[in-house]
Each structure stands twice: as structure tokens, then as C-alpha cells.
Design a protein. Structure first.
Length: 330
């Protein structure tokens, strides 16, 4: 069951404000007496605090018997304050936000609500991994290590085009009235599921291996989307934040490389050989400028979904690799 931290009005980088911001989060384990064993888990586009549960548990990389794990729902995911649940700024009246605003909300949760001033690690996949890298730039001494799976330091034109196309799928539905959604865009979500679930977050080899026929792969993606219950307004806002991201536009930095070079934490970046959503080259290229950065290829054919538990072998590899990395971090 998620907890809610009432964090007050949240100023955004744009100069606007989310009124009465409510931060949803869950914790696993116990904070030690030195308050030194906390790990923050950042969440992906359309994800919730359950997103990285395959890494959390006894004998896993984020073992609650050792670590105090905080999984924080990002702005706009329908659990933390979002267009879908805001009483004072509902729907398209919600202010635009960016990934740095998500990090600012998490920082407020940790420092003001939980009394945590340092972290063992920040961990995330996809948009969660992008937040983890942003943490390293915005608060370079706050964490000792970063684990970023399938991340981008700057959203690639390809990934931006993918999210623009996904929005077009939703906005082509009759429920879109030009100013917002009058209801659930059922046909729009079906088209979105085909694009994102069956195509862009997988690979041809993955579909060939897992599906007996094309229609099975498509309907499986649609079924997964139906169980997600994600709001279309929330997707618009989170995807806008996703495609606008660049750690190089953090105040005080000239470009993306300069921002990466400022990261003081040990950093582990992971991606498969082929990712049709967040190009794997983005993770590989981002690791290079980080002074203590390392790239590891995930030996998977699952594409963007390599950073999930869809394939037990991928999940086992990530648990082993991340656990070893955390063990090596002072």
C-alpha cells in the first residue's frame, strides 16, 4: 500500500506551481541508525512504484534486509499528483513539468518528509534511469552510486518521435476533443499498445521467440495495457517531460557532456544490444564522460523490456550485476 507525503505547493522549473503536491511512495526494509542504507528507486514512463519489484526482495539486488528502499512515484503517473487526480488543476489545466521537477519532488520527499540527507544509490530504468542520471547532476554529493538501466542523458530524436507517435495514437480517438479527453480513448489505447507494447519496447527476435503468431503478440500487448489503467492526460504530460529531457540544460551547465562530467557518484549504465525505444547507444555514450562511469550490455533480445522481469534470465542477470556493483561501492 502506497504512502502519501503532503509536500505543499511544488514550484516547477517553468515558474509555474503544482498546488498541494502529494507524493506517493512505498518503502521496503528499515533505515539503519546511521541513516546510510537508503536507496531511491525512480520510476519509468507510465510506471508505478511496482516497476522494479523484480529487483526488490530477499536475495535480490535491493534486499530489504540490508537496504532501506524508497520507490517514489513520479509526477503525473496517477498516484502522485497528476492531471488525472488534481482537484485544483485537473486535465489540461495541469502545468507542464520536466524530469528535473520529478527529481526536485523526490528530494523534498527525502529531506523534508523522511529526514534523509544521503543515499547509497539512486536506481531506475528508462525514464527512471534518466532521473537517476539527473540526480547525479542536480545533487552530485547526495548519493554514492547510480544505477541507470536503458537511460538517455538527452532524449534522442528517435525516442522523441516515438512518444509523439504514441500521443498521436491517443489523440486520434474520438474521445479527444482538441482540448482534452472526454472519456477513455479505448481505440487510442489499443493503437498505443500495438505501437509501444508489441513493437517499440521489444525486438523482432523477441517477438519471434515469444509469440506463436503476430496476433498473439498484439493482443498480449493490448491486454497488458488494459491492466495498467493509465490515464491519457497523464500520458500526454509525462511524455512531454520525457522527450524534452536533457541533463545538459540543468542550470549552470553548457551542454550534456559537461553535465555528465560533473557526476561524482559511481555510475553503472546498462542497456541491451538493441533497443527500439531508447537507443542503446545513448546509454553507452553517456557512460563515457562520467568520471567513474561504466557501461554493461544486458545480454538480452528483449529490447527495451530487457530492464524488466519479462525474461527471467534478464532479471537474474540484472540482480547479479547490480548487487555486485552496490557491494563494490563504499
Amino acid at each position: 500500500m502506497a504512502e502519501i507525503a503532503e509536500l505543499g505547493d511544488l514550484p516547477l522549473e517553468s515558474g509555474e506551481t503544482i498546488r498541494g503536491y502529494r507524493q506517493s511512495y512505498v518503502t521496503h526494509g528499515t533505515l539503519d541508525a546511521q541513516r546510510s542504507n537508503a536507496i531511491l528507486v525512480c520510476i519509468s514512463l507510465t510506471g508505478t512504484h511496482r516497476r522494479l519489484d523484480f529487483l526488490i526482495g530477499p536475495g535480490r539486488a535491493l534486499d530489504p534486509s540490508r537496504w532501506f528502499v524508497i520507490a517514489a512515484d513520479p509526477i503525473g503517473n496517477g498516484l502522485s499528483t497528476s492531471p488525472s487526480n488534481s482537484e485544483s488543476q485537473p486535465g489540461m489545466r495541469f502545468p507542464r513539468f520536466v524530469l528535473r521537477d520529478m527529481v526536485a519532488a523526490q528530494h523534498r520527499l527525502l529531506t523534508r518528509h523522511l529526514g534523509i540527507e544521503s543515499l547509497k544509490a539512486v536506481v531506475g530504468a528508462s525514464m527512471g534511469g534518466m532521473q537517476a542520471l539527473q540526480w547525479g547532476v542536480s545533487h552530485p554529493r547526495f548519493m554514492r552510486s547510480i544505477v541507470a538501466m536503458t537511460p538517455m542523458a538527452k532524449t534522442s530524436p528517435w525516442a522523441a518521435l516515438v512518444t509523439q507517435t504514441a500521443r498521436a495514437c491517443l489523440m486520434a480517438d474520438p474521445a479527444w476533443n482538441g482540448r482534452g479527453f472526454d472519456g477513455v480513448p479505448e481505440r487510442g489505447w489499443r493503437a498505443y499498445a500495438g505501437l509501444m507494447g508489441a513493437l517499440m519496447t521489444r525486438t523482432p527476435d523477441a517477438v519471434e521467440r515469444d509469440a506463436s503468431n503476430v496476433s498473439h503478440a498484439f493482443e498480449d500487448a493490448v491486454a497488458r495495457q488494459r491492466t495498467a489503467h493509465f490515464d491519457a492526460h497523464d500520458y500526454l504530460y509525462q511524455s512531454w517531460a520525457y522527450e524534452a529531457h536533457d541533463i545538459g540544460t540543468t542550470p549552470g551547465f553548457a551542454d550534456t557532456h559537461a553535465a555528465l562530467r560533473s557526476i561524482a557518484a559511481r555510475a553503472l549504465l546498462l542497456a541491451p544490444a538493441l533497443d527500439l525505444f531508447n537507443p542503446a547507444t545513448c546509454a553507452r555514450d553517456a557512460a563515457g564522460p562520467i568520471p567513474d562511469g561504466r557501461f554493461v550490455e544486458i545480454p538480452s533480445v528483449q529490447g527495451h523490456q530487457a530492464a524488466t522481469d519479462r525474461d527471467p534470465a534478464d532479471a537474474a542477470f540484472l540482480n547479479r550485476t547490480i548487487a555486485q556493483f552496490l557491494e563494490e561501492t563504499p
